[in-house]
Write a protein that binds this ligand. Structure first.
Ligand code: F6P
Length: 319
């Protein structure tokens, strides 16, 4: 193993930089060249690649985003684009690729692996929607960001005796809504895995109103439904003025939480070690707080499930 390429792909996630730093430094420590591929698979197709020295990753462990840049490449899934990517790898004499990203990025890594390229995937997405692992890098930072925003909204919600629908990201996965909702003491949490049970929400708002509750925080996962429609339905049925906040991309930025930095440092280091040991086609994950690796094809095919236990706890605590 002489040269390892690394790329970040898909939506950026806080902690990607910490993983990049760990990969580059582990490579250099072990006498391997680290080649940074810019803007994900697009950069691999274009040959937008440069060697990364130890100093290139100084002062980045605390920074959100990704210094390599990211993209959702449409060209890479075409035969022509994929062939170009393989040619680039040959031209730059890259022996292996470490892919940092979510589901879509791992599918790209799987294709590279099937084409005989040594590949390792590191799960990085704020969505936490990868079924084979309990945790993806960036998730805890995003949850912190959401919780902080909800606390601020709650202040004004209580002052005016209003309801607030707060839409959070996550695509088809409800984890961001569920974990941040529980951590903020939200009255209702709406996730795509369960569906829009608005009758329950309305009943809870009415109950709260009878008990003199001054705020009604409803956390809505973006994949569960439309925030404006939810607010309108709740307001009409309860007579409680209900506002909407769509948190958007603020959830993806910011300094990574210590936990994300730690996991990123360990997974980045482990990815290089796996390649040195001769492993290929592996996905790194975290189960029961232990970092482990498994076949990347199996990882991509593992269905994600909502933490139903936490969902039930949320219901019991929001009476
Ligand atoms: O996958 C991360 C994510 O932030 C999702 O939660 C969200 O649906 C999507 O990316 C937004 O993508 P973009 O930044 O391309 O609009």
């Amino acid at each position: 193993m002489k040269t390892i390429g690394l790329l970040t792909s898909g939506g950026d996630a806080p902690g990607m930089n910490a993983a990049i730093r760990a990969i580059v430094r582990t490579c250099v420590f072990n006498g391997i060249r680290a080649m940074g591929i810019r803007f994900g698979y697009d950069g691999l197709i274009r040959g937008d690649i440069k060697e990364m020295a130890v100093s290139s990753v100084a002062d980045i462990i605390q920074r959100g985003g990704t210094i390599l840049g990211s993209a959702r490449s449409e060209e890479f899934v075409t035969t022509v684009g994929f062939e170009k990517a393989l040619t680039t790898l040959r031209d730059f004499e890259i022996d292996a690729v470490i892919v940092l990203g979510g589901d879509g990025s791992f599918k790209g890594a799987k294709s590279l692996s099937e084409a005989g390229i040594k590949t390792i995937g590191i799960p990085c997405t704020i969505d936490n929607d990868m079924g084979y692992t309990d945790y993806t890098i960036g998730f805890y930072t995003a949850v912190e960001t959401i919780v902080e925003a909800i606390s601020k909204i709650r202040d004004t919600s209580s002052s005016h005796g209003r309801g607030n629908v707060i839409e959070v990201m996550g695509r088809k996965c409800g984890d961001l809504a569920l974990y941040s909702g529980v951590a903020s003491g939200a009255e209702s949490i709406l996730v795509p895995e369960i569906g829009l049970n608005l009758d329950e929400v309305i009943e809870r708002v009415k109950q709260g109103k009878r008990r003199g509750k001054l705020h009604h925080i409803i956390v809505l996962a973006e994949g569960a439904g439309n925030a404006e429609e939810v607010a309108k339905t709740v307001e009409e049925a309860t007579d409680v003025a209900t506002r909407v906040t769509i948190l958007g991309h603020v959830q993806r930025g910011g300094n990574p939480a210590a936990y994300d930095r730690l996991q990123a440092s360990q997974m980045g280091n482990r990815a290089v070690k796996l390649l040195i040991e001769g492993a290929t086609g592996r996905a790194l994950g975290n189960r029961m707080n232990q970092i482990y690796d498994m076949d990347i094809i199996e990882a991509v095919n593992t269905k994600n499930h909502l933490n139903l236990e936490l969902y039930e706890i949320a219901k019991e605590l929001s009476i």
